[in-house]
Design a protein around this ligand. Sequence first.
Ligand code: AMP
Ligand code: MG
Length: 408
Amino acid sequence: MSELNSGMLAVDDALKNVLLGIKQLDYEQISIAQAQDRVLAEDLISRFTQPPSAVSAMDGYAVLADDLETIPTTLTQVGESAAGRSFFGKIQAGQTVRIYTGATIPEGANAIIIQEDTEKLGKKIIIKEAAPIGKYIRPAGLDFKIGQTLLKTGIRLNSRNIALAAAMNIPWLKVTRKPRIAILSTGDELVLPGEAIGSDQIISSNSLGLAAMVTASGGIPINLGIAKDDPSSLKEIISKLSGLDMLITIGGASVGDYDLVKSVLGKAGLDITFSRVAMRPGKPLIFGHILGIPMLGLPGNPVSAGVTATLFLLPAINKMLGMEVVSSRTETAILGCDLNKNDKRQDYLRAKISFNKAGDIIAIPFDQQDSSMLANYAKAQCLVLRLPFANAISKGESVKIIRLDYTF
Ligand code: AMP
Ligand code: MG
């Protein structure tokens, strides 16, 4: 692994290490009614052919196309075929069957004349338009056939996938178990929203934001509360690890006297893979395993915690769920202001998005980029990505961005 100076790991190497240290979870069997946003742990093979027989695509009359050589012509209605109530006879030359959308095509018929092109006089039906063979007929299996694999292992089931699985006659399916991810805040200064608050205290915001991120990305957040900045309080975590798939700590990851995560958990069995990443925000980022459980030690500043979770926690959750893991997807945008040369840390600038007349994305970084500024972070629509040592760049040039406006 390539370490930059000062013992900091490059972002890409850090992500590779996180993913190496995370395993896919086992599966559970659930009902299709519970499948929203779950990740398939099996290929789904259709148990049904859709439609099961040729059906009408329109409301109208089922005819023999050969009867319509001269138009208009008059046919005799001999029955009716509705969805779920088929006409089981066979139609002969000169005959027609009233038919509705989704109804089985009667034997002998080979085209549908839409209702609008007909006139009904009792049992006599005047047909005013001809039709080629097959017109408005959906053949059996038009949509899909029994035995076809239509949904693949690793996809997250959305409303369209769920409708398809139901149409395939699949009542039960295997999905990856949801990862149980515990979140522990650390800091003597922290209280929960609504609690009594001292003059030197602030609200623990990250834990709630991260819990929302875990839920939205398919995990189960487990709130472990707030540990004090003293070794015994932090060590209590050890007794709460059983049954977890991952532990996230917030804060205490840096080099200050009260940054205890590395030293205290290190003594309690935390095997550290890395603890510093060449990025801004988020330099003090820990990854390792504690009692066999993967642990991400996020920095305490709210923007650092949010950005590092976006870059490392989301791919880790995807890996646990057995999804295809892509590092945060970048898009190209036009820079809306000048930027100076970058230093050795990969930068993620919080930015607004607008569009020019051609529809291109314009990314405009905020003037203030302090990693404590949650209000700016909540407003940001993207992160402008700047590689280590990137040259100064002018307004109008292209940059890579990570969209935040359609993630969590
Ligand atoms: P630390 O990494 O513990 O030195 O924390 C860095 C900064 O983030 C400090 O200003 C902390 O008060 C703040 N911070 C730490 N944890 C949280 C949290 N859960 N919510 C909001 N701010 C936090
Ligand atoms: Mg702290």
